[in-house]
Design a protein around this ligand. Structure first.
Ligand code: CP
Length: 318
């Protein structure tokens, strides 16, 4: 594995899931593989889980992890080639990334979308410029359109919570929110679930919240949430803003919030969310505080997902 930007960087999803689960049962089994190596974690946006779990994962493999909060502590970066830098940006990624490539063995970067211009966001300029100029492996800690470490975690969590000899029914449901959010988690979850092929996958959302077909192709899609929830084994709850008329909130009907009453339609489903979650807006207290919720287990699994990915990159890149 050279970089980890999307599911397309993974040759065998199931093998990566198994690798992560092995780390869960024996976190320090490869504690020397990263000796004398350094990973730089670059944050252009806030984070709790991704930041801490990736540091812990690197340290479990013997690596030193250094966090750089770029927008709070560093110079403002320019990403456009041939930009005339007479505005607010101070240093071009073309100059900064090769330096970081000399300081570190792996770089990991979080860059959210602007939600202003779809073409710009979906071009993934920031992370592509990093890959182009850093000269070392790059891991996405969430980019403009995808969140692959979250999605790997989600596959791991589904795997360890389902043992029946059939495919689980997994439902991704849109949920209300107070502000427009990126499509990253929903795009990425759809892309991974479809590539994994181990589930019956249904997406449900109100009209106007269609995601990019590039990621959802292969899923059943319905605007009838109750129909979608019927006999579900897992319900993944997530808000996203509109994709077509980009970055907007249209319908924000509170009736779309998942409740214990709606869960009666399911096969006693486990409920997932990437977190952070707005309680009683996206998901009700009665679910989050019940045995249906596996959100803490899911977030804890972020360590093992990151550890499996860093191990793959260390092994592939010497
Ligand atoms: N799920 C997730 O990425 O959490 P953070 O934003 O806290 O890293």
């Amino acid at each position: 594995m050279k970089n980890f930007i999307s599911v397309n960087d993974v040759s065998d999803i199931d093998a990566l899931v198994q690798k992560a689960l092995k780390y869960k049962s024996d976190p320090f089994k490869d504690k020397n593989i990263g000796t004398n190596k350094r990973i730089g974690l670059l944050f252009l946006n806030p984070s709790m889980r991704t930041r801490l779990s990736t540091q812990i994962a690197a340290q479990n493999l013997g690596m030193e992890a250094i966090v750089f909060n770029v927008t709070q502590e560093g110079w403002l970066w320019e990403f456009e080639d041939e930009a005339i830098m007479s505005g607010t940006t101070v240093e071009h990624v073309k100059d900064a990334a090769p330096i970081l490539g000399k300081y570190f063995d792996i770089l990991a970067i979080r860059t959210f979308p602007s939600l202003q211009n779809r073409d710009d966001d979906y071009s993934e300029l920031y992370i592509k410029q990093f890959i182009k100029y850093a000269g070392i492996p790059v891991i996405s800690l969430e980019s403009s359109t995808l969140h692959p470490l979250q999605s790997l975690t989600d596959m791991i969590t589904i795997k360890e919570n389902f043992s029946a000899k059939r495919k689980p029914k997994v439902v991704l449901t849109w949920a209300p929110h107070v502000k427009p959010l990126p499509q990253c988690v929903a795009n990425s979850f759809s892309q991974w679930i479809n590539a994994w092929g181990e589930t019956d996958f249904v997406i449900t959302h109100p009209e106007d919240y269609e995601l990019d077909e590039k990621f959802t192709k292969g899923a059943s899609i319905t605007t009838n949430q109750n129909e979608a929830l019927r006999n579900a084994d897992f319900v993944y709850v997530k808000n996203w803003s509109t994709y077509k008329d980009y970055g907007k909130i249209y319908c924000n009907d509170p009736a779309w919030m998942l409740t214990n009453e709606k869960l009666k339609l399911t096969n006693d489903a486990k409920v997932m969310h990437c977190l952070p979650v707005r309680r009683n807006v996206e998901l009700s207290d009665d679910i989050l505080d019940s045995n249906h919720s596996i959100v803490t287990q899911q977030a804890a699994n972020r360590v093992w997902a990151a550890q499996a990915v860093i191990n793959e990159i260390l092994r592939s890149n010497g």
